[in-house]
Design a protein. Sequence first.
Length: 263
Amino acid sequence: MSQAVLIRRHGPVMVIINNNPAARNALSLAFYQGFMAALRQAAADGSVAAVVLTGAEGFFCAGGDLNVLIKRREMSMDARIEAIDALHQMIRAIGDCPKPVIAAVEGGAAGAGASLALASDLVVAAEDAYFAVSYLRVGLTPDGGATAFLSEFAPRQLMNEIVMFGDKIPVERLHQLGAINRLTAKGGAEAEALALGERLNQVGPAALTAAKRLVNSARINRLDQQLDAEAVAMAEAQGGAESGEGIAAFLAKRKADFTRFRG
């Protein structure tokens, strides 16, 4: 695995670390490739209940490396789009991963780093951290799904403020808007994210994967499409072993044990 990405295990939780602290964990092709490989590893490992994504040495991600981006001025339009698509493949990989991905944000998440955090299924942030969609300040426009993710919780006027001015957004404001699940003291984001991952280990893995898929499809499906998707998922769950254990445990007034359903 590339040193741009480090991996640790904490019980059922895989921790993926963006490891470029000299550049405030700016993104690179090596990170895209290493991160997607780590997600594939998590997907194939039945003992992994959830993934925590964080940055080395107290900073989540500064976004794109401007020293790299300036070189793209010499590339063709097609080559530039191909380079941007490498980022977008990584963003898609988060949604495609069957395991929940939890962003643990310390310091800041700027540019595509903000996109990376907002693409995650859950977000934990330290109270002194910030988000910034600051592309326009250097003559660029948002990528990495930034506008799509912002549109899920921010009205158009607020989106315009965030995108057009590029100011640092206090995480407290994003928490109030529902974009951040938990706030912690400085240095506590990873520990809280790990705690959430441990909680996800207590539910059935197949049901958890299906629920993530339904939440993601709800953003794009019409109501009738989503109802059909929910019907298929529920029918599959009703016939599965996890619901057999869960319902039996509820009726017997005991805690359900889903550990045997993990690899």
